[in-house]
Design a protein around this ligand. Sequence first.
Ligand SMILES: NC(=O)c1ccc[n+]([C@@H]2O[C@H](COP(=O)([O-])OP(=O)(O)OC[C@H]3O[C@@H](n4cnc5c(N)ncnc54)[C@H](OP(=O)(O)O)[C@@H]3O)[C@@H](O)[C@H]2O)c1
Length: 216
Amino acid sequence: MRVGILGSGLMGGKLGTLFARAGHDVVFSYARSEQKLKKLARDAKGNARAGTPGEAARAADALLLAVHWSRVDDVLKQAGDLSGKVIVTCSLPMNADDTGLVIAHTSSGAEELAKKVPKARVVSAFGTVPSEVLFGVFAARRKAKKPSLVYCGDDAGGKKIAVQLIRDVGFDPVDAGALRIARYTEPFALLIAQLAYEGDEGPELAYRFERYGRKG
Ligand SMILES: NC(=O)c1ccc[n+]([C@@H]2O[C@H](COP(=O)([O-])OP(=O)(O)OC[C@H]3O[C@@H](n4cnc5c(N)ncnc54)[C@H](OP(=O)(O)O)[C@@H]3O)[C@@H](O)[C@H]2O)c1
């Protein structure tokens, strides 16, 4: 797949690197320095290059949106026409100092994003894990017991693409349903962040859902 990264920071830089290592064709875009984008592309050691958001979007089969909520409008504007594009968003609708959600209960960041780009196919994924765990999950991807990763969206084709990317990083995808379920997954992401960053055991935290009691 050709994957465009919109926002090449902690999440976009790492996920883009892992997508490239999994064999995808990656364009890193949107950082404050082009040197950083070029270094990410070099270090990814796969099929990766630096580009503008417009270049990242043009030929992409999937886009990862990984910017602070306050930068969403700007990066979308730079990306250009996103009609028909699959946008996998890990961006949480956080306030300026990252202490709380500015959208919740009656909507979600993912739904507000879908309103901004009504012709795109938005899937919410990857926002429920800290960036620090991504390389560890990838390194363990051949193990039988994988961490879960919830995702949601309204477009079946877009979700299929997201599932591929989620598996490629080493997670077990858990379909949480329609995009409106991001109203639950986004606050859940804050719980994970609380455990990752305020606990004593470091931020390399993932989660796993288990089912009990059926079929004996
Ligand atoms: N970090 C996590 O563990 C985590 C986990 C779950 C969800 N999220 C969500 O994922 C999203 C991305 O988070 P992140 O931690 O990856 O953020 P980040 O490290 O700050 O990355 C954001 C990217 O946007 C770029 N950027 C910011 N302002 C810019 C501007 N004016 N012009 C051009 N580029 C600009 C940054 O450039 P520079 O590289 O030059 O700084 C960076 O590459 C957020 O919505 C966050 O809530 C993060």
